[in-house]
Design a protein around this ligand. Structure first.
Ligand SMILES: Nc1ncnc2c1ncn2[C@@H]1O[C@H](COP(=O)(O)OP(=O)(O)OP(=O)(O)O)[C@@H](O)[C@H]1O
Ligand SMILES: [Mg+2]
Length: 230
């Protein structure tokens, strides 16, 4: 479904990714695991074309992803929740969430919002409030719900648990399981191996801009818990 071949990313003199190749099949939940600076965000950003790779390619169901705009990315079925709970601070919670669903009809947008409110009751309570007024955990939910709202086939989640209290980690985990039940394919990055490993079917371990290991969730758990890479 997603095929990444030989990606090379540099920021000035810094080599952030070196010859990174990953493959994701339909229905998998794949975990990218690695410490600060391992290259997880660079990989996700270069998959969706926010960062321009020097070499290599990313294709999704035959579409070349280089240079796509965010609305084009949503239209071909890719949802993205960036690291660090990026929300539009001045926009209402509802408009933030539905900005990920602009390709859907008004009626389907309403249904989508209702469905997301059932998962996250906070979205109903705070629907008309500017997103910038929410707590960090609540903003993470908004960013996550926005990525879900376009009903993506492939969901890219960059450290969805970062800085969250256990109760919010639980909420996000439940929502990820709901997406899995709906057949969504997921690529998520995390340093917090434990909650993420409960959700993953397979994983890649990154260090220094390279993929060091690849394996089933059980194999990756062993590597992660040995602290060799984290
Ligand atoms: N915009 C940038 N300009 C310069 N260097 C950058 C930039 N973004 C990332 N880097 C560098 O690229 C390398 C990989 O960073 P990246 O953000 O991809 O790592 P990460 O695995 O997502 O880390 P974290 O867990 O801290 O989010 C690091 O050495 C980082 O300092
Ligand atoms: Mg990162």
């Amino acid at each position: 479904m997603l095929n990444v071949e030989g990606l090379e990313v540099r920021y000035g003199g810094i080599c952030a990714l070196h010859d990174v190749s990953i493959q994701i099949h339909q229905g998998e939940t794949v975990l990218l695991i690695g410490a600060n600076g391992a290259g997880k965000s660079s990989l996700i950003k270069s998959i969706i074309g926010v960062v321009q790779p020097r070499a290599g390619s990313a294709t999704f169901q035959g579409y070349k992803l280089n240079g796509l705009r965010s609305d084009q990315r949503a239209r071909i079925g890719i949802g993205y929740s960036p690291e660090g709970r990026r929300v539009f601070a001045a926009m209402t919670v509802r408009d933030n969430v539905l900005s990920g669903a602009s390709r859907l009809s008004q009626a389907r947008q309403r249904d989508t919002y209702d469905r997301l409110c059932a998962l996250f009751p906070m979205l109903e309570e705070k629907a008309q409030q500017p997103a910038g007024q929410l707590s960090g955990g609540q903003q993470q939910i908004v960013a996550f719900a926005r990525a879900m709202s376009g009903e993506p086939q492939l969901l890219l989640l960059d450290e969805p648990f970062l800085g969250l209290a256990p109760v919010w980690i639980q909420h996000i985990s439940d929502a990820i399981r709901e997406m899995q039940r709906r057949g969504t394919t997921i690529l998520m990055s995390e340093q917090m191996a434990r909650p993420a490993l409960k959700l993953a079917t397979r994983g890649y371990v990154m260090r220094g801009g390279e993929i060091k290991r690849e394996g089933s969730a059980a194999e990756i758990r062993e590597v992660a818990l040995s602290d060799e890479y984290l």
